[in-house]
Design a protein around this ligand. Sequence first.
Ligand code: AGP
Length: 609
Amino acid sequence: MCGIVGYLGPNQATPFLIEGLKKLEYRGYDSAGIAVFDGNVIRVEKSVGRLNALEQLVENDPPKGHVGIGHTRWATHGRPSDANSHPHTDCSGDFVVVHNGIIENYLHLKEQLIAKGHVFTSETDTEVVAHLVEEYYQGNFEETVKKVLAAIEGSYALVFFTKHEPDKIICTKQDNPLVIGLGDGENFIASDIPAIINHTRKTYILSDGEMAVVTKDSVWVTNRQGVPVSKKVFEVNWDAEAAEKGGYEHFMIKEIYEQPKAIRETTLGRLAKDDSGIIFDELKWTKDDVAAIKKIAIVACGTAYHAGIVGKYYIEQLARIPVEVEVASEFRYRSPLVDEKTLAVFISQSGETLDTIAALKEAKKLGARTLAITNVVGSSISREADQVIYTWAGPEIAVASTKAYTTQLIGVLMLAIYLASLRGTLAPERTAQLIQGLKQLPAQAHELLEDVEPIKTFAQQYGFNEDVFFIGRSLDYAVALEGALKLKEISYIHAEAYAAGELKHGTLALIIEGVPVIALATQRDVYEKMLSNIKEVKARDAVVIGLAMQGDEEIKKYVDHTIFIPAAEKYLAPILAVIPLQLLAYYAAVTRGADVDKPRNLAKSVTVE
Ligand code: AGP
């Protein structure tokens, strides 16, 4: 998730580009750049780091010109650096592009272009697009862009400019947002409304497959075949702060609703088209590599640690390799039994959590092979680990981690299937079932988010209870831990999760009349046992909210309320089951008037011991 801007009009482009990028920094902030045409050449200025690094770069000599494009980056391919910053140009510098998204087939296209003599200056997928434009341009920019779009695969919001046709900017989108701000004698392009809201409230929201040719006086929208599309003006009535949240009240709820996309992006290019397996170009492990792994240690903190617990179930059950899951702050001082036969996996959204970094260094010192699963390209953990699997959830602003958790579950599930395929512990039909299930997840998550009213009602009804219990068995227990943490950290309700079978060994003493118990029952192989645990707490007059699969009529007999998730296979259920728990925590916090995005005593990235 990056931020893109563009301008054509009578004014200097640079001030709008910089100001617009500032408003989009929540979309990505590891590097930035602008390209402005001064009537003769396209001047490109870009810099690694926060936007103010770029500001300082151009402060004394801002690029002159009335047309320009800009970008603030959230790295996916190629770590943050000046060279990998956008805008990207072709060999001549006459064509320039900015991009938000992932070009899935970029490696293949890059090899073809290099064979034709193109010289690349970055590691990014985006630069391929600039060279493709150069390769195809025959004097008609629109036709060239159409040819480029026919050649690339993936998700994108793309903005193109060339000095050969300087009166226009061409932009298009597939799965990533792009809006055009309609001005008077000037027009604006941006990934999102905050960048243009101070200049105009009249916008065109581009839809997938649409392409717009924008001049300072006109906006011409067609589909990719060139067929004109009539666009309705969307009048923005949000204030700037709300706009940053995309019209949502808080970043947390915005990020909860971004999960279908985050899940799709994190699987992009990693699920074999024929469902035969997982593609990890970033690992390239052999059967021998995996045979050498005698034990796996998953190490992390907080929500990432909870993802590790789910990972243990996945890897042990699918790949049959023993897995230990550790909180990082304990691992590093426990002289852990880790050696060269251990694969140590470090999970971290930010990639900057100090305890996890130190545990990683400890594991390396003990000879372990290290793998990071992180959401931030170029983060300390990604640099320290031998290899990295990136989750592509985009920037996560709210302190309470939501979309990063679901993409971490996707990460550990793909890792489990990958290891299982190399160890031959998973039958091809079973592999195909899981891959097909992963491909259906974005739509199922979307379906789940379509109706949240019942969950909102439960949160308002029980949001003022000071003690809440979560219970579950097997993978449901692992998800219950995360549900309890979410409720604790943003609503300040004392919530605890328990393995349901463990209650009768003590905690059941705390279950009294009216205490809310969230009971997860999505795992068929322990379903009957789970029902008996529900009967145990019901017998003590607890109020039980059951979380179950659609079509499960049985559970209704034993609980007070039921939350249903789309029916999914056992290993995919956790990725769906956590979403209602995130919503429950969110609406409970809103009901209690808590500062949802910045809960007390917490920080987004804990860089202290
Ligand atoms: C989760 O909502 C919290 N923000 C916290 O527990 C977090 O998961 C933990 O600090 C680990 O952060 P990381 O994933 O960035 O390493």
